[in-house]
Design a protein around this ligand. Sequence first.
Ligand code: FAD
Length: 338
Amino acid sequence: MKIVVIGSGVAGITFAEQYRKLSAEDSITLLTQETEGYYSRPMLSRGFSKADIEETIVMKSFASLREKQIDIKSGLEVCGIDCAEQVLKVVDKDGQTKFVEYDKLILATGSAAFIPPPLLPFQENFYLFNSLRDLIQLRRLRAQISVEQSPHWAVIGGGLIGCELASDLAEAGDQVTLYHAMDRLMERQLQETDSVKLFNVFTQAGVSVRFNQNVSAIVKEPGGVGVASGDERLSYHGVIVSCGFKPRTQLAEMANLKVNRGILVNQRLQTDHDNIFALGDVAELPNGKLYAFIAPILNQARWLANQFFDSSLEDWNPPSFLPRAKVHGFEAEHDTLF
Ligand SMILES: Cc1cc2nc3c(=O)[nH]c(=O)nc-3n(C[C@H](O)[C@H](O)[C@H](O)COP(=O)(O)OP(=O)(O)OC[C@H]3O[C@@H](n4cnc5c(N)ncnc54)[C@H](O)[C@@H]3O)c2cc1C
């Protein structure tokens, strides 16, 4: 049996490791764009305050996973799925096209940063904060700016990740201005009193929060970047857009799999093709939810591997879990909503 996994995030790696525990014989190939190894995405939120983050964030090297007979092919992009022939089209790091056959395909392609449509024309003028590659780029920029002055950042987005990012930059000693479209922070996750508590923590940490902002342009200026919102335009050393996530569904769409916000799966994490499965940030369950947190994804990945060997397993259902905002000096008093 040829098992092929696309994606080396927590979903893809956990599935592959669990499957290997259960079968020594089946071949497991894992295809990924990444080159740095299997890293912790939650730890990105400590990417500025922890000096040695670029080394400590990598939890497992690809070499160590290959020793477990997981055939990781890294630095490549899967460009197409031929569901009828059960073949993937892959472009490797040298631009060569290759074909990879599968018996069972696991889509663990995760999510990219969501860019609000009005900001799309300004993509060259801002950074995103979604992957280790993004963090490395930002840390380089920060090191360059820091030679002469303390960096001043604009973070666009006062949701979970935007708040964690703003908090960590401030913890590292930078000036931060946080733009939020709504009138309170993390309104999707926090009760109102906790939003106020978070705002007070930010005020104490020196983070300037601007509510009810409609950012309309992000433009290059001599020595920095300008953020236009309403009638005002303010200047920063760098701008980071952090406005949520977008499941990477393109491959599934091109292959005519059913897709809504995520790739549609049933309670057995199966797409509308019998031998193609999806899990992690990219999978949308019949209740319309995407379980884009580590605890349910670990659970999904292990369950999916197990059910290949025990078809009597009950359907996948999410474990109970409580998301938590990793903002320095902040603990919510009420459960964080999901
Ligand atoms: C800054 C930040 C902080 C977070 N903090 C927390 C937290 O504290 N707690 C928590 O529970 N969750 C947290 N999350 C969310 C959590 O990290 C994600 O839900 C989880 O990492 C998703 O894992 P995944 O494997 O589904 O996807 P991903 O980690 O996105 O991995 C997808 C993989 O697929 C690869 N890929 C995609 N398309 C292709 C292709 N066509 N060809 C080849 N490879 C491809 C990518 O390169 C990547 O390796 C955080 C997320 C971020 C960004």
